[in-house]
Design a protein around this ligand. Structure first.
Ligand SMILES: Nc1ncnc2c1ncn2[C@@H]1O[C@H](COP(=O)(O)OP(=O)(O)OP(=O)(O)O)[C@@H](O)[C@H]1O
Length: 260
């Protein structure tokens, strides 16, 4: 990796929440580089700061100390509107709950991130939405409504919405958290395909099996990076590992059902 394909650099990032009398040090001294086309997993126990870190990476929340750079530009002096514009263009989000808008069609849901894009005309918006839907194999459902889709299909639409603006970075917070093993596998495969096609991904997961799909895993403990490991095999043999992860998930589910 060279600095020329460095996308994000976090230096000494800290985040303190102050609520009434309670002070929480959610993140301390986080140093992290993310390179173009990387697939990074952030793991760790509940409350260790994973979502806070993802929110900071996505410019949804801001650190109380440290420096954030994207494409070599330090954003700490930017005002809220500049950050919102940057977020809109450069960052896509997928959450555990799919967050589709119930009274918008599938097409309209995917179109949402583009409605304030003055650089795109109506035809370009239309083409972008259709091609994002094609990427997740859901173009045939463009005129349907969210409630007509399964959870797995809704998450595919959420992924289409996240990539429709062609962001530099796709952030996913427990993207399989609300899905059964089969749909979880499909979404993991979809993220893997997107990464192979060049999308940089940063995913929060508490599940070590899914973390193995990433090239690199960062483990947080009490708001600090405790461990970082590479997973060089990840981009080579994903289908088998997807299968294995799914098998162990399925047997886990079967064991739980049997116990009940
Ligand atoms: N808005 C907030 N105000 C006060 N404390 C907060 C706020 N958001 C998060 N925290 C605290 O910061 C710490 C880190 O929270 P965070 O949600 O990042 O953890 P997490 O690793 O994503 O947890 P989980 O896996 O359970 O989602 C926790 O102690 C949490 O209570």
């Amino acid at each position: 990796m060279t600095d020329s394909n460095l996308l994000i650099r976090l230096q000494g990032i800290g985040k303190i929440f102050q609520a009434d009398e309670v002070t929480t040090h959610a993140l301390s001294d986080i140093n992290l580089d993310i390179y173009e086309k990387e697939y990074l997993a952030i793991t760790g126990a509940s409350g260790c700061g994973k979502s806070t870190l993802l929110s900071i990476l996505g410019l949804l929340d801001f650190p109380t100390s440290g420096n954030y750079q994207i494409n070599g530009i330090s954003v700490e002096d930017w005002d809220i509107n500049q950050k919102a514009e940057l977020r809109c263009k450069e960052i896509g989000f997928v959450f555990q709950s799919f967050n589709l808008i119930a009274n918008l069609s599938i097409f309209e849901n995917v179109q949402l991130p583009l409605i304030y894009r003055e650089d795109l005309d109506k035809n370009e918006v239309n083409d972008r939405v259709l091609s994002a839907l094609e990427e997740v194999n859901m173009a045939h459902r463009k005129d349907h409504w969210p409630h007509q889709l399964s959870g797995g299909q809704q998450q595919r639409i959420a992924v289409a919405r996240a990539i429709v603006g062609k962001p530099s970075l796709l952030l996913a917070d427990e993207p399989t958290g609300n899905l059964d093993s089969k749909n979880g596998e499909d979404v993991m495969q979809l993220l893997d395909d997107l990464n192979k096609n060049g999308t940089t991904i940063c995913m929060v997961t508490h599940d070590p099996r899914f973390a193995q799909f990433a090239h690199r895993e960062i483990q947080l403990v009490d708001g600090k990076i405790r461990n970082e490991k590479s997973n060089h095999k990840s981009s080579v043999d994903t289908p088998n590992r997807v299968l294995e992860a799914t098998k162990s998930l399925s047997s886990l589910e079967e064991a739980v059902v049997e116990e009940e």
